[in-house]
Design a protein around this ligand. Structure first.
Ligand SMILES: C[S@@+](CC[C@H](N)C(=O)[O-])C[C@H]1O[C@@H](n2cnc3c(N)ncnc32)[C@H](O)[C@@H]1O
Length: 366
């Protein structure tokens, strides 16, 4: 993914109409990817090789006519190959081109996009509540976004947790990496861990460490517990339904981590303050949040456009449920975060020298 700049507003109305037409087609194709992901079509094609609509429908347990339409749509969009397009409809054979499984099937692929599609579909689940929230100024609860958003979010970040969290992000703090491997077993607080993939990745990378995940969303915590159990790390990883801003939070941790959630919170200063107390004077807080430019500017690049899209559809409404709220939204600029950290009592805010297209890494010390 490379960040390209959007057309400027000097585009003519015809240019704009053309751009919108392409966007609508792209959006429809995204929703058709969701269909293929959720019904297991991509996985079936990856595992089973080229298939007719009848074969895919049998394998996926779906209706042949619907399945055929999806296959033809996917080939038309260029996502699937069709070796014999001239054949009668029921005899056409479709396949997932080699390598495309990294985009559509593999759960830990850094090129994975089916997760991102599910996340996008999830943002639309409470769309009428969102419209009402725009009118009233109320929020839209995280729980109301439902399974697609929760699971899509978890799936979208899972590859980065598996391949980068310990290997690059923690490694950029060598003193912490040493501590997490040492005895007595280090303790990690994973704040707003959602479905738990960050906690699981940490447990696997640091086989002595003990991890507590704290998240407000009951459904996410239930899924996290199941994921932790299936990953075989339940002895060292505990998932709690807990408000990370609770002033009564107790414990002593070597590292407190929060990935992609500070900008969602009504009271980020309260949560950062709780994290500071959890690690004490010798511990470290690591905040992973959005890499956005330092100032607003029209005609942003793709990353900025994506951040504002998520902000309007999800992050700002979620952050406006509790009152009072600082009303941050996804586009949490560097200066805004630094102010939150200072107000929470941190004296040092360092940015880790980690290259990442969408995340920025703040190491905080009290
Ligand atoms: C965008 S999701 C990120 C989940 C996970 N860290 C990831 O990267 O996939 C934000 C998470 O923060 C949680 N959250 C928001 N406010 C919270 C709070 N005050 N205490 C604990 N969790 C909170 C939400 O329930 C949600 O699971």
């Amino acid at each position: 993914m490379s960040a390209t700049t959007a057309p400027s507003t000097s585009a003519t109305p015809d240019d704009l109409a053309g751009r919108m037409f392409s966007s609508v087609i792209n959006a429809m194709e995204v929703f058709c990817v969701y269909v293929g992901d959720q019904l297991g079509f991509y996985r079936a094609l990856h595992e089973g090789g080229a298939m007719t609509s009848t074969e895919l429908a049998r394998r996926a347990g779906t209706n042949e006519r619907y399945t055929r339409e999806w296959l033809e749509q996917q080939a038309t969009a260029g996502y699937l190959a069709c070796d014999n397009p001239e054949a009668p409809a029921g005899e056409r054979s479709f396949s997932l081109p080699e390598g495309y499984e990294t985009v559509f099937v593999e759960p830990e692929s850094l090129s994975g996009m089916a997760s991102f599609v599910q996340l996008l579909v999830g943002t639309l689940a409470p769309v009428h509540q969102l419209l009402e929230a725009f009118r009233t100024g109320d929020g839209v609860p995280y729980a109301d976004y439902g399974e697609d958003l929760h699971e899509g979010q978890a799936r979208a970040n899972r590859p980065a947790f598996t391949h980068l969290l310990a290997q690059e992000w923690i490694a950029a703090m060598p003193d912490i990496a040493v501590r997490l491997h040492a005895d007595p077993p280090a303790r990690i607080a994973d704040i707003g861990m959602g479905q738990g993939w960050s906690s699981i990745a940490l447990a696997k990378a640091f086989p002595r460490a003990r991890i507590d995940g704290l998240d407000l969303d009951e459904a996410s915590v239930a899924a996290a517990r199941e994921n932790v159990r299936a990953a075989g790390v339940a002895e060292r990883v505990a998932m709690h339904v807990r408000d990370a801003g609770d002033p009564e939070l107790a414990g002593h941790y070597d590292l407190a981590l929060a990935v992609e959630c500070i900008h969602d919170m009504a009271d980020p200063v309260g949560v950062l303050d709780a994290m500071r107390r959890l690690v004490g004077p010798d511990g470290t807080v690591l905040i992973v949040d959005e890499r956005v430019p330092d100032a607003f500017a029209p005609n942003g690049d793709e990353i900025e456009r994506m951040m504002y899209g998520f902000s309007v559809l999800h992050c700002l409404p979620v952050g406006m449920v509790d009152t009072p709220s600082v009303e941050t939204g996804t586009v949490m600029r560097r200066a805004t975060f630094r102010r939150y950290a200072e107000e929470a009592g941190f004296s040092q805010v360092d940015e880790l020298p980690v290259e990442h297209e969408t995340f920025r890494f703040y190491r905080l010390r009290g």
